[in-house]
Design a protein around this ligand. Structure first.
Ligand code: E4P
Length: 222
């Protein structure tokens, strides 16, 4: 499974890159604006951190097919490899995804609020799908919709990858990893919560104290 960071915060990207194996970074217009930097500066900063094997996902802003394709071409030109144009699955977006595929542009279909929308984007040739788990949870059951989407792609032999997105808690991520998701893009607070457990720190403290009491040092070797 791929682990992707859902952030444009470069210090967070550096931090998690150091501690975990990160497969890429997803952004969207809202995430970019949170950085308080200009679009180009954000993208340059992120690209200066990522290695060639780590993917970058950048979302279009245009809402009409021609405009979406133009912006997707631009996104495609930002990097030699491993760059995806994120295209929301509006009606115009679905049309644009077909055009982008003819042009050889890698596409992550996004803003997916139902398994059917995701399935249609896969039929249109999207390389990957980003169903919005928490946003769907707010309307019904996000995890269940994504599990259905996994099944729909499988029984139809579609190669499209699902990158589950829009997480608000570790349980949502847990359920989808258990369900066989291929990739998750996780906000930094949720990822840090996945890493941390207070009992781990308490256990480590106890090991150290026991060692120190016995040998009067905190290192393995004397
Ligand atoms: C990532 O690709 C999505 O844009 C993102 O996960 C949406 O998250 P949100 O629902 O927290 O805005």
């Amino acid at each position: 499974m791929e682990l992707i960071l859902d952030t444009a915060d470069t210090s967070a990207i550096k931090h998690f890159n150091e501690y975990l194996t990160i497969d890429g970074v997803t952004t969207n217009p809202t995430i970019i604006t949170k950085s308080k930097k200009e679009f180009h500066a954000v993208i340059d900063d992120i690209l200066s951190i990522l290695n060639d094997d780590q993917a970058l996902y950048v979302q279009v802003l245009a809402t009409d097919c021609a405009g979406i394709v133009e912006e997707a071409k631009y996104i495609h030109s930002l990097r030699k490899q491993n760059i995806y144009a994120k295209i929301p699955v509006s009606n115009e977006g679905l049309k644009a995804i077909k055009e982008c595929k003819k042009l050889g542009i890698k596409v992550l279909a996004t803003a997916i609020y139902s398994a059917e929308q995701g399935f249609l984007a896969a039929l249109s040739g999207a390389d990957a799908l980003a169903p919005y788990v928490n946003r769907m949870d707010n309307l019904g059951n996000g995890v269940e919709n994504v599990l259905d989407l996994i099944q729909m792609l499988k029984v139809n032999n579609l190669p499209t990858k699902i990158i589950a997105a829009s997480f608000k808690n570790t349980r949502q991520v847990h359920e989808l990893i258990k369900g066989g998701i291929q990739a998750v893009t996780v906000p930094t607070d949720v990822l840090q919560n996945m890493m941390d457990h207070p009992m781990t720190d308490i256990a480590v403290d106890t090991f150290t104290k026991d060692w120190e009491n016995a040998y009067n040092r905190t290192t393995l070797k004397s």
